[in-house]
Design a protein around this ligand. Structure first.
Ligand SMILES: NC(=O)c1ccc[n+]([C@@H]2O[C@H](COP(=O)([O-])OP(=O)(O)OC[C@H]3O[C@@H](n4cnc5c(N)ncnc54)[C@H](OP(=O)(O)O)[C@@H]3O)[C@@H](O)[C@H]2O)c1
Length: 301
């Protein structure tokens, strides 16, 4: 299989504006050093992954300035700036990193404003196309008002620093609360073939034409392991990770993918996943994968 634009799953409106992105995008978190801290072992390899992603048609890159911190965005800028027309870079605000590599919530108005300016500087942009407000815990959302931090993002949108607002790690109730204040153009929560707690949420977002962008689509730091994935992949002569991505693409038309990798081979493999057609029987088999316990992951936002 080759990767070309028609095989990136077709396009999908994102956000709810004139921008359209291919359903297969790229998540840049894995481009900084171990534990998403400091520089990667091989900066040139990270640059090569980004350049090949974009050369293959990827026009949706997910990032955050707290990856590294700062490092991932600086690598994106080095690899791709000046950015090609139509490339949508989505970032997140709501955390910062401690010197001990910890992930610390950073959702005061000033922290959010500082975070936006860090993103602008390190990405070399004069505005941020889409910003996800990241709330909740490490993997799961927790109920509670998000009005205060969201208001800071709405003010930055009014000032022109941010064009569109999304939410990450939220509940349907928090989305409803946010929609009373501003338009929400995407939701980024933890979801994959073995972690399906957001099934109903995805369906409700599909009815509203709001993109759902699962984080850890391949399981995150400990990629998914399942005998069902292995069997299906062997039968179709592809890899288990490609099956996990193909399942997500067929799960719902509002799902956009941002699989993360630091490897050119994995990138090439992932971008071919949209060419895999899963029959209803195979989908039923994959739907039987038991719910997995939370990944034995390093925490990540
Ligand atoms: N909103 C949030 O709270 C939040 C949290 C986490 C992540 N994110 C975003 O979501 C994106 C995706 O998450 P992620 O990168 O952490 O997890 P992921 O996409 O589920 O998986 C990445 C892991 O899978 C491996 N991998 C990738 N392709 C593979 C393949 N074809 N075969 C075998 N292994 C493969 C990667 O290792 P290699 O590098 O060796 O390929 C890496 O260890 C991130 O880049 C980030 O932008 C958001």
């Amino acid at each position: 299989m080759t990767t070309n634009q028609t095989k990136l799953g077709g396009t999908s409106p994102f956000p709810n504006t004139s921008s359209r992105v291919y359903r297969l995008g790229y998540g840049a978190m894995q481009l900084s050093g171990p534990e998403i801290f400091g520089p990667p072992r091989d900066v040139d390899a990270a640059i090569a992954v980004l350049r090949e992603a974009v050369a293959s048609g990827v026009n949706h890159i997910d990032t955050s300035d707290y990856y590294g911190p700062h490092i991932t965005n600086q690598i994106i800028k080095r690899a791709l700036h000046p950015y090609p027309a139509g490339l949508v870079i989505v970032t997140k605000l709501g955390a910062r990193r401690g010197a001990d590599k910890s992930w610390i919530p950073a959702r005061s108005r000033q922290e959010l404003i500082d975070g936006a300016h860090d993103n602008l500087r390190n990405l070399g942009l004069d505005h941020l196309e889409v910003v996800n407000l990241r709330v909740g815990g490490m993997l799961e959302p927790s109920e509670g008002s998000i009005v205060e931090p969201l208001s800071a993002l709405v003010d930055m949108k009014r000032e022109g620093l941010i064009r569109h607002i999304g939410l990450s790690n939220v509940t349907p109730q928090q989305l409803a609360q946010a929609q009373k204040i501003t338009e929400i153009v995407c939701i980024q929560n933890f979801y994959n073939v073995a972690n399906r707690q957001d099934d109903a949420f995805i369906d409700s977002l599909a009815r509203q034409s709001i993109p759902y962008v699962p984080f850890f689509p391949l399981g995150g730091f400990t990629p998914l392991q399942s005998s069902v994935l292995d069997q299906v992949a062997a039968a179709l002569q592809v890899t288990p990770m490609q099956i996990a991505l193909a399942w997500l693409l067929q799960r719902s038309p509002n799902i956009l993918l941002i699989p993360g990798t630091s490897s050119l081979n994995h990138l090439r493999e992932n971008l071919c996943a949209a060419a895999i057609d899963l029959s209803p029987d195979v989908i039923a088999q994959l739907n039987s994968i038991p719910a997995k316990a939370k990944p034995a992951a390093q925490p990540a936002h």
